[in-house]
Write a new protein. Structure first.
Length: 151
């Protein structure tokens, strides 16, 4: 499987811009590969470490196919900057994000795996990185949180 980790890691302007956008409190949603790009490092299947944006202080590590595809049901936690209520999504994991249950998360996962301990959606300010690929039509107004944070 081709990951493009080397190319992404070498695009320091992109990664710095992503980090700055998160630091400014602008809304960002990174799903799956986007989550991995928001981590400190991406460790590929050969063990090579590729620096990423560092929005989240943890690393993502490629592993043998671990999970999925699975349909997900999750509930937004009170600190979720982008979404409220319940969401439906799908997930599959070729990687593991080495987060801790002490990190800030945006979702409790009722069905599915999530990142760690039935939690998904790592949160930093108004940025969120998640394994879930959300079904936007499962919510009444999927983009409301983004609009509210762009003003």
């Amino acid at each position: 499987m081709r990951t493009y980790a080397t190319e992404i890691s070498s695009n320091r302007d992109f990664l710095e811009g992503l980090r700055n956008t998160a630091s400014e409190g602008k809304p960002i949603l990174g799903e799956c590969g986007g989550l991995m790009t928001m981590c400190k490092n991406l460790v590929d299947a050969k063990g090579a470490k590729h620096p990423m944006s560092g929005i989240f202080g943890c690393d993502s590590v490629f592993v043998n196919r671990r999970h999925g595809p699975t349909y997900v049901k999750a509930d937004a936690l009170p600190g979720n900057p982008l979404f409220g209520g319940s969401v439906r999504a799908h997930e599959y994991h070729y990687s593991e994000v080495l987060a801790s249950d002490k990190d800030a998360f945006g979702f409790d996962v009722r069905r599915g795996l999530g990142i760690v301990g039935k939690k998904d959606g790592l949160v930093y300010r108004n940025a969120m990185g998640t394994y879930m690929h959300q079904h936007a039509l499962s919510m009444r107004d999927w983009a409301a949180g983004f609009r509210e944070r762009l003003v």
